[in-house]
Write a protein that binds this ligand. Structure first.
Ligand code: BES
Ligand code: MN
Ligand code: ZN
Length: 492
């Protein structure tokens, strides 16, 4: 599958399996050069009531009169001035209309520069063409027949468009990796497998990758991670990835991803319904790997560290029990009142480990709480940070990337619920504000640096007929990291 950019010249002479043209609802014609043939076909389709120009409305015709293209696809942009969301909807509709058709070489014609059309198009194509193949054959009707997509833009915008396309493609590769890893079943995607994926990523892009096994994790005194891992036959891993794109003296940014490859709840066993979805409890880890894939392709001038604590959470005779007290890497003791609140346990040791890098910022990404799904649904990821500037940077990255997050509170009053009579801290508070108290727990281990936490429990995967990983929040993370490049003009 290939994307390319070409200057828009003679529309009528263009050889294409399908020429895609976007139109505003009220516009008479498409406003492109050499578009008389297209415009008269648009007028006819409107007159016949087959095309309105409403957002996402499509009209496909074969062998369009006056055009060299085999097919013409009209796509409505709606009445409002088109923003990134509208472009995404229109692009979704365009690829949707091509589903099951034989068109292989597709051309999309764009008028004057549209901020987000390239991102939206590439992202839409990513969703349209993504097929999970690791443990099953794809449905033949799901197979994507499109082999190349050429974006036709006004000549003087071609250079800028190419830069943008490069970023969008790197992002797509990152999202694909994230989805592929996250979708793998728990018996395939073990902690050891996550280590292999990281090592393979390192080989492909010349990154430094270190994978610690149980003995080394013991040497690091990561007692909280080990407590979660002790119920499982699968040994844990602690993965460290490094991308060095800037001078050594420049402080790195650190991403920490929750890598629970299956979360049964442990002795505090979860109910059976939809428990299979807890294979997605390593989506934070997958998003860190995806972000590295994109960053390694784009090579920005930053230093980046990725940390992934990886384990299963299972009940067994050796599993950690409610009431057990363990000592975390930080030295703080933790009373494990609920073994299903395991994400914060493995993260607190990784967050403590992050100190050694004297980081410029640390962002952890975790499918941490069901409560976050209740609070924010599947639209926004939950963002928690005591640092306003860091929070604003992540909010803005989410907006730019069409991968939004919403800021949630922290604070002493919430943290009080974590008091324990038998340890420095308990791993759960009451039922109220569950995503906030989880974040408060993590905050106790992040005093040495600028820190933010993303709860992606509602955004990392979809349930139901569309079950599968979304690739979020790879776009948010990559936009954030690119904006950290020195002298970056925020990469609009
Ligand atoms: N991985 C889950 C969070 C989760 C649950 C994400 C459902 C998406 C859907 C996490 O480890 C967990 O079990 N959290 C508990 C915390 C509780 C015991 C305080 C939860 O949310 O119920
Ligand atoms: Mn859990
Ligand atoms: Zn979990």
């Amino acid at each position: 599958m290939e994307f390319s950019i070409a200057p828009l010249k003679a529309l009528s002479a263009l050889r294409s399996d399908c020429l895609v043209v976007f139109l505003q609802q009220s516009a008479e014609g498409c406003g492109l050069v050499d578009a008389e043939a297209v415009d008269s076909l648009v007028a006819e389709a409107r007159e016949d009531g087959d095309f309105t120009g409403a957002l996402g409305n499509v009209h496909l015709s074969n062998r369009p009169r006056g055009l060299a293209a085999r097919r013409l696809l009209l796509v409505g942009l709606g009445a409002a001035p088109s923003d990134a969301r509208a472009w995404r909807k229109a692009a979704d509709a365009a690829f949707g209309a091509l589903k099951g058709r034989a068109a292989q070489h597709v051309h999309l014609a764009f008028g004057e520069a549209q901020q987000a059309f390239i991102d939206a198009t590439v992202r839409a194509f990513g969703d349209f063409s993504y097929v999970y193949t690791a443990t099953r054959k794809p449905d033949s009707e799901a197979a994507c027949r499109v082999e190349s997509v050429q974006l036709l833009v006004p000549s003087r915008q071609a250079a800028a468009a190419r830069t943008r396309l490069q970023r969008a493609e790197a992002l797509l590769a990152g999202m694909r990796l994230c989805r592929d890893v996250a979708n793998l079943p728990g018996n395939h995607c073990t902690p050891a497998h996550l280590g292999k994926v990281a090592q393979d990523l390192g080989k492909r892009h010349k990154l430094k990758v270190e994978v610690l096994g149980r003995a080394e994790i013991e040497r690091e005194r990561m007692g909280a991670l080990l407590a979660v891992a002790q119920g499982s036959q699968q040994p844990p891993r602690f993965i460290v990835l490094r991308y060095d794109g800037a001078p050594k003296k420049q402080a790195p940014h650190v991403l920490v991803g929750k890598g629970v490859t299956f979360d049964s709840g442990g002795i505090s066993l979860k109910p059976g319904a939809e428990m299979d979805e807890m294979k997605f409890d390593m989506c934070g880890a997958a998003s860190v790997l995806g972000a590295f894939e994109a960053v390694a392709r784009l090579r920005p001038a930053i230093n980046l560290v990725g940390l992934i604590p990886a384990t299963e959470n299972l009940p067994s005779g050796s599993a950690v029990k409610p009431g057990d007290v363990v000592t975390s890497r930080s030295g703080q003791t933790i009373e494990i009142l609920n073994t299903d609140a395991e994400g914060r346990l493995i993260l607190c040791d990784a967050l403590n480990y992050a100190q050694r890098f004297k980081p410029a910022s640390v962002v952890d990404i975790a499918t941490l709480t069901g409560a976050c799904v209740i609070a924010l649904g599947h639209v926004n990821s939950g963002l928690f940070s005591p640092d306003d500037a860091l929070a604003d940077a992540l909010l803005e990255a989410g907006r730019q990337a069409q991968d939004p997050c919403w800021r949630m509170p922290l604070g002493e009053e919430y943290a009080e619920g974590l008091r324990s009579r038998f340890a420095d801290v308990a791993n759960i508070a009451g039922r109220a504000a569950g995503s906030v108290t989880a974040a408060c727990f993590l905050q106790r281990f992040t005093q040495e640096y600028r820190w933010a936490h993303l709860d992606i429990a509602g955004t990392a995967w979809k349930s139901g007929a569309q079950k599968g990983a979304t690739g979020r929040p790879v776009p948010l993370l990559v936009h954030y990291l690119l904006a950290q490049e020195a002298g970056s003009s925020a990469h609009a």
